[in-house]
Design a protein around this ligand. Structure first.
Ligand SMILES: NC(=O)c1ccc[n+]([C@@H]2O[C@H](COP(=O)([O-])OP(=O)(O)OC[C@H]3O[C@@H](n4cnc5c(N)ncnc54)[C@H](OP(=O)(O)O)[C@@H]3O)[C@@H](O)[C@H]2O)c1
Length: 259
């Protein structure tokens, strides 16, 4: 068994997951990086020059069986999991009537069920150790919903509330929960969410880099903060908006609908 911290990251081939992987490897942690598509994981290993503390594993978080088998493998191979990043996620920015049913189902399965399956599979080994930290990547979209993001916003609101409830369930267990609410990040996520590129250009001045986002999240984790939202200006605006009376909200809403 290794004395390094054992860090599990889902969706590690993507922009934020990859930045988190690199950051934790730099900190000397042992990282088990997972994502759904084996080819995207191969690219990750090539780019990180087969780092000795990097383990890669294909994992579709939407399959409860696969998640349970993976957690059992981590337990046997490494004995524990210190940090679990529930990072895998996706979006399709489309109105509900125009969204394909498969896209709707994939969003719910990956963004909500995936987070719950993975947490449920890893919690027993954390409870056994009496220590651990689960980091759920939500979004500012979970605070304020906009047109063409009703499904995505609902999925991220679920992650925020799930994190909150879990925090209560795990009080005094030694296990910490951090929920991260980033604004738009410059990753391939945006290209899939809106293939026209319009959303990316409309939010370009707010775009966070994956590296900066990962650094802010890691700092919040080290400080055991229950929640972190970024960038500050967008977070402050979304908090302000959520306190507005409904009639004022309808006046402001057209400014928010950038999709
Ligand atoms: N980018 C943004 O603007 C933004 C803003 C706020 C929050 N977020 C959240 O940040 C997280 C990371 O997003 P990102 O921007 O880094 O996106 P990304 O670059 O598109 O990466 C997404 C990652 O999730 C993986 N993934 C997707 N579905 C999966 C599944 N069913 N099982 C396992 N892995 C799966 C992808 O792997 P494959 O390639 O193998 O499918 C990929 O590694 C997501 O939860 C996202 O909702 C993103």
């Amino acid at each position: 068994m290794s004395s390094s911290r054992i860090v599990v990251i889902t969706g590690a081939s993507g922009g934020l997951g990859r930045a988190l992987t690199e950051l934790h490897l730099k900190k000397g942690d042992l990282v088990i990086a997972t994502s759904r598509t084996p080819s995207s994981l191969e690219a990750l290993t090539d780019q990180l020059s087969r780092h000795e503390k990097l383990y890669i594993h294909p994992l579709d978080v939407g399959s409860n069986d696969a998640v349970r088998q993976f957690a059992a493998w981590v337990h046997v191979r490494f004995g524990k999991c210190d940090l679990l990043y529930n990072n895998a996620g996706m979006a399709v920015f489309e109105s509900l009537v125009n969204m394909r049913l498969e896209e709707l189902e994939e969003t719910l399965l990956t963004n909500i069920a995936g987070v719950m399956y993975t947490t449920r599979a890893f919690l027993p080994m954390m409870l056994q150790e009496g220590t651990g930290h689960i980091i759920n990547i939500a979004s500012l979209a979970g605070q304020v919903a906009t047109a063409k993001a009703a499904v995505y916003a609902a999925s991220k609101a679920a992650v925020i509330r799930f994190s909150e409830g879990l925090r209560h369930e795990l009080a005094d267990s030694g296990i910490h929960i951090t929920c991260a609410l980033p604004g738009p990040i410059d990753t391939p996520f945006l290209d899939r969410a809106d293939k026209t590129g319009a959303y990316r250009s409309k939010v370009s001045r707010y775009l966070l880099s994956p590296e900066r986002t990962a650094a802010l999240i890691c700092k919040a984790v080290e400080n055991k903060r229950p929640e972190i939202a970024m960038p500050f200006r967008l977070h402050a605006l979304s908090r302000l908006y959520s306190f507005l009376p409904y009639r004022l909200k309808t006046l402001v809403a057209p400014l928010l609908n950038r999709k």
